[in-house]
Design a protein around this ligand. Structure first.
Ligand code: 4AD
Ligand code: MG
Length: 476
């Protein structure tokens, strides 16, 4: 296997002869190459003896070029690194065409890098973010596997829009130029590939529930699609969602799970991704220092991550939250875009962030929401007005998790569906779980990119997924 910088920094022995391959980050004084191979945020300093090196070769050592170096690993003579390579042989594997290469050793705006999403992975920031994304993904599977959950692959093409979680993308192989019509001049989906109308999934929850009723504890981790025209820094049209579903678990157990899960995956990266986190911590601190003092975050990235793992999330009912919000300064002074004037209204991200960032100053779990602003499957409380819903709210993010205890009582569920005009026939299989051995159960959905956003300190969700899909944008 090819030797990597990461491996070398861990186990490399001095005076050993080695070969490394990677890309030139910078080339200073015709002598010092900072080589990066993606295995770590750290570059390996490669020192060339320019007196004995062909000048035409030196000219080709430019930012972005792919090179192979052979040499001896020695203790570094300079500051900033412990080890360096005294190069005896250098080969250019691929020229970078420096006059055209968009990624230069200077600060590029994230907008510019989004337009060059195929090359941005060669910057320190994006490589750190994407290595963290990968580590978090591993930590998610590790957490659930170690806690007795089975990974469930939910279907991506679905035949029902029952969840009502958002606008859907249609899946069809009908000829769009010449759609077949039925007698009522409506599109005849019986002639479509699946013989019915189908869409990309907005959530694997309903299917995961059926599996939880057999395997006990399951989780999905897959692509999710929503065709909302939400052009925000928190929304994507294609994102990855993690959805655990647990039999014999009530809302309290669900809140415990969400909290423990988030804390544990963050602990994992704090232990295993120190270099990337240290880099992102510094990046954010630098960025924050350009902001006016009142807008600056009170904690550095690392402090924030530690804080989340060390403090329990504050659990607050929707009703309590409404009281706090009605009486808070920004509401009274009409600083909120949406004024909170009565119980029952849906909370906007400005309210969620006020609760987390200004009022409680810690992650918050809101629970027991009004039934009519939540999905049909959430369990009705005794009061007949609220359901056993929960949202986990995070600083800088707002909602990171949405979940609930599910309505396990067949008659109550049927009644709810009737009231909302949801066709029982379409969800016959879902209702069967309530007919055959129904049980209390709960689950939630965590937007993976929102977790990556929080843990990397980035501010736009389009910068934490390799190729973001959003309204008017599906390049690459
Ligand atoms: O709150 P949501 O819509 O919940 C569900 O879909 C449930 N079926 C989950 C469940 O109980 N199994 O979405 C869950 C989470 C949100 O809290 C948010 O983190 C993320 O998914 N999310 C998005 N992330 C990025 N872009 C979008 N457009 C998102 N919509 C939701
Ligand atoms: Mg939600």
């Amino acid at each position: 296997m090819r030797l990597t910088v990461a491996k070398l920094l861990k186990t490399g022995k001095k005076n050993q002869e080695i070969t490394l391959k990677g890309w030139v980050r910078t080339f200073r004084a015709n002598r010092f190459i900072a080589l990066n191979d993606g295995s770590t945020i750290n570059n390996m300093q490669c020192v060339v003896d320019f007196e004995n090196t062909d000048e035409s070769l030196l000219k080709r050592i430019t930012t972005g070029a792919a090179i192979a170096v052979k040499g001896i690993l020695i203790e570094s003579q300079g500051k900033g690194q412990l080890l360096e390579i005294k190069v005896s042989h250098l080969e250019i594997l691929g020229d970078s065409n420096a006059d055209q290469y968009p990624i230069q050793p200077k600060k590029h705006s994230f907008e510019f890098l989004r337009e060059n999403a195929h090359l941005r992975i060669r910057t320190s920031t994006f490589s750190a973010v994407m290595r963290l994304r990968s580590a978090l993904s591993f930590a998610v599977h590790k957490y659930f596997t170690e806690n007795g959950f089975y990974n469930f692959h939910a279907p991506i093409i679905t035949g029902s829009d029952a969840e009502g979680a958002g606008e859907m993308f249609a899946v069809t192989n009908l000829n769009l130029e010449n759609l077949p019509k039925d007698e009522d001049k409506k599109i005849d989906y019986s002639q479509d590939f699946f013989g019915k109308q189908t869409n990309l999934t907005v959530s694997g929850q309903l299917e995961a529930e059926t599996y939880a009723m057999g395997l006990g504890k399951v989780y999905t981790f897959g692509p999710t699609f929503r065709a909302e025209k939400s052009n925000t820094t928190r929304h994507l049209a294609e994102f990855w969602m993690i959805e655990p579903e647990v039999a014999f678990c009530d809302l309290d157990g669900n809140m415990d799970l969400a909290e423990d899960f988030i804390q544990e995956v963050i602990r994992y990266i704090l232990i295993n991704c120190k270099d990337d986190l240290a880099f992102l911590d510094q990046r954010l601190t630098k960025e924050e220092s350009t902001k006016p003092t009142i807008e600056r975050s009170a904690m550095s990235l690392l402090k924030k991550l530690q804080f989340v793992t060390e403090n329990s999330f504050k659990r607050v009912s929707y009703t309590e939250a409404i009281t706090i919000l009605r009486n808070c300064k920004p509401n009274k002074k009409k600083k909120f875009q949406y004024i909170i004037d009565k119980w029952g209204v849906d909370l906007q991200s400005e309210h969620e962030r006020f609760l987390v960032e200004k009022h409680f100053k810690c992650p918050v779990i809101l629970f027991d929401y009004p039934a009519n602003i939540k999905a049909f499957y959430m369990r009705m409380n005794e009061d007949g007005k609220t359901v056993r819903a929960m949202d986990v709210l995070f600083p800088g993010i707002g909602e990171i998790v949405g979940g609930s205890q599910r309505e396990e009582r067949l008659e109550v569920l049927k009644e709810k569906m009737k009231a909302l005009d949801i066709d029982e026939k379409e969800l016959w299989w879902y209702l069967d779980t309530r007919k055959f051995g129904t049980a209390v159960h709960s689950g939630f959905g965590l937007g993976f990119e929102r977790l990556v956003l929080f843990t990397t300190g980035m501010s736009n969700i389009r910068d934490v997924i390799p190729y973001p899909r959003s309204p008017q944008n599906a390049d690459f």
